[in-house]
Ligand binder design. Sequence first.
Ligand code: CU
Length: 450
Amino acid sequence: MSTPKDRRNFLMQGAAATAGLFATSSVLAQKAETASSSGDYKGQGGEYPRLHPGLGGPVGSPTDRGKLVPGLRQPGLPPVPITAPDLTTTSGKMVDGVREFRIRATPVRRELLPGIWMNAYGYNDQFPSPVLELNQGDRVRIIFKNELPEPTTLHSHGLELPTYMDGVPFVTQNLVKPGETFVYEYDVHQEGSFFLHAHVAMQEAIGMIVPFIIHPKVAYDPVVDRDFVLVTQQFSMLPDADIPNTQSMDWNFITANGRCGPFTTPLVCKLGERVRIRFINFSTLHQHPMHLHGHTYWVTGTEGGRIPESAWIPGNTVILGVAQSRDVEFIANNPGDWVLHCHMFHHMMNHMVSQVGPIIRQMENKHGSKVPGYPQMMSSAKWTPEEMHQITSRRETQGMREGWYHGVHGLFTLLRVLPPELYDKLMTTDDPIPPNSSAPLNPPPGSQTI
Ligand SMILES: [Cu+2]
């Protein structure tokens, strides 16, 4: 796991790698014109409202829908470290100039929802794996130990490396048997949102993915203040089972970073920041059109790395094909709690049960309750107070609208865009924050249903 010392070293290396290049960059001059943390952005190419929604400059201009508006972070710093809600991150350890990670393939139990546990495979006893962070240009060494009861390998998806490091059983290497260790080592010249995974279909279907984020030598321009990772997966875990059926062509749980909504932990940022979200889809069968409310983002990267600015696409829904990654960026200039979810309707459920409509209504009448079991009993409406407490007691959810969790299911999480004072109170103190502190932030008079 990443220790504070590891993280400091990682940041220092990044700073050393980038400082010289930044000093000669014309980006610096442009950043100097950036507005302070309050007020609109006024810089080269026009204006953009940082604290409220707005189009910015004309289509095609640098401030068009916030396209090239930088974050509030000072220029010249190394890339901002990854935030992966519900996962850990590590930048490994530098050993004789090589960035070294120790990865163990392990059985793991994961609580997808309060009280609903899945037995799966992961790495370093986590599910999904810790997120690995490294720098473009690193030589990386992955000391990979197999602690599973079956053979496996570790494939580096999309990396341009020597074939004998590619981790494909039989084609490029022998299987790594239980208890054995294999060392993967190669130079990394790419940058972007990559991932490693087992290269055996049944093991992939039971969750074996390692997010592998390669930061560029020079922080991308425009600079972001937040860099989130969300890994999407799907599983078929039928009633009375706690192991996903990896042969199934069906599914009933879809996860973001190993949890289902509303147990997913919200992404939290400050109003006015530039935010990047890196989506990685490691689902067995399905695309996920990931939709963000209240904002327009630009699609800035794929599993192949950064997209040139001229080819960025604006939108609010980006399709993640299986084994694809997509990076999106935007200025979080619309305060409030915004859902971020897959828009395939059956992916907005847990256990294939909608939280609205006839099934739920049936549950609430005395006849429906005579049929216990699947799927009637599978609803947040049936959670115990202790299980509900698991949902509502998390710090990142404090201050949201009361009962918010009834509207968040399946491949669903939230982006919370908070005024700086509320953000600081939430994330840097333990002060109680009453419900309805953030959403709606400013309900216009008469806007409520009567
Ligand atoms: Cu989906």
